[in-house]
Design a protein around this ligand. Structure first.
Ligand SMILES: [Fe+2]
Length: 297
């Protein structure tokens, strides 16, 4: 099995890069710089970027970047994926330069979500200095946050992540949109770090290609300030403040310029996996998280 150490980055596509730049700097409170493809790097720690926004004809999510520890682990990942009959594309020098890594492979999971596995990030380690004074984002050894992806071929995709990519089950939720109707599973998965989940798979399609991406700050006032910035910049709020049952994250949700949501939170659980017992929870939040605020129709 592949030993994924964390969510390294995400890639988005945008028809309006200036809008993304403004959102990244003035709402998220992150830094931006020009990417080699004419796109935008969004920086939230000492790395050159954690969100790469590429110019395009759609506003959508493009890919999820996962990192392994080093070259040997990368070679293992390539061999394991080849054995699994998943078709992989080996990144060329330009693509590696684009992602600021030594080596890269790309592939689609069984539901068609795009992923990349990389090793050896390259950075000038320029200090993170938020343009709006965010103290820091919680990244490092637990990755940049988490991504929740649509998995229409749910069972197959779940098996792929568990059996090939080596993710472990953190816990499960069965979403019942119509009351008594059929439930839609959302499974929360961890890779080889202590963050409660780096990935969740949701058994429904999402037009933008992603349900949400979570970024984490180090204090509750930073979450409140981000809510003020969201309002000041007329960004659509898609959930009120609340606290999740499973990872204890206190967060709110808002729309990104690429159509998927950003969960902006504080206090996410780090877990000792030797002690953890997988379970099903029946309420997503201990309090708050009213997602009806995002219904604009
Ligand atoms: Fe989340």
């Amino acid at each position: 099995m592949i030993d994924i150490r964390g969510l390294s980055y995400i890639v988005a596509e945008s028809t309006d890069l200036p809008k993304w730049k403004n959102y990244a700097e003035n709402v998220l409170g992150m830094m931006t710089s020009a990417a080699p493809d004419g796109g935008l790097y969004v920086k939230m720690d000492e790395r050159c970027f954690r969100i790469a926004v590429q110019p395009g004809t759609r506003d959508a999510y493009v890919a999820t970047g996962w990192e392994v520890q080093g070259e040997a682990e990368f070679n293992d990942a390539v061999a394991t994926l080849r054995k699994s009959e998943i078709e992989i594309q080996v990144g060329d020098a330009a693509q590696c330069k684009q992602r600021c890594v030594q080596q890269l492979i790309g592939f689609n999971d069984p539901s068609g979500n795009r992923h990349e596995i990389v090793w050896g990030f390259k950075s000038d380690f320029a200090r993170f200095a938020s343009p709006v004074g965010v103290s820091r984002f919680i990244t490092g050894n637990i990755g940049m946050g988490h991504a929740v992806l649509p998995a229409v071929k749910f069972e197959e995709t779940l098996r792929f992540f568990r059996d090939v990519l080596g993710f472990g089950l953190s816990d499960m939720f069965n979403f019942q949109p119509g009351g008594d109707g059929p439930s839609l599973p959302i499974y929360f998965l961890h890779c080889n770090n202590d963050r409660h989940h780096s990935l969740a798979l949701a058994a429904f399609p999402v037009e933008s290609g992603c349900v949400h991406v979570m970024v984490e700050v180090e204090s509750m006032p930073e979450v409140g300030r981000a809510m003020d910035r969201m309002k000041a910049h007329d960004v659509l709020q898609t959930s009120t403040l609340g606290q999740h049952t499973n990872d204890r994250m206190i967060s709110f949700y808002m729309k990104s310029p690429s159509g998927f949501d950003i969960e902006f939170g504080y206090g996410g659980a780090v877990v000792d996996w030797k002690e953890h017992i997988a379970h099903e929870f029946t309420h997503v939040s201990l309090w708050g998280h009213d997602f009806s605020v995002g219904n604009t129709k």
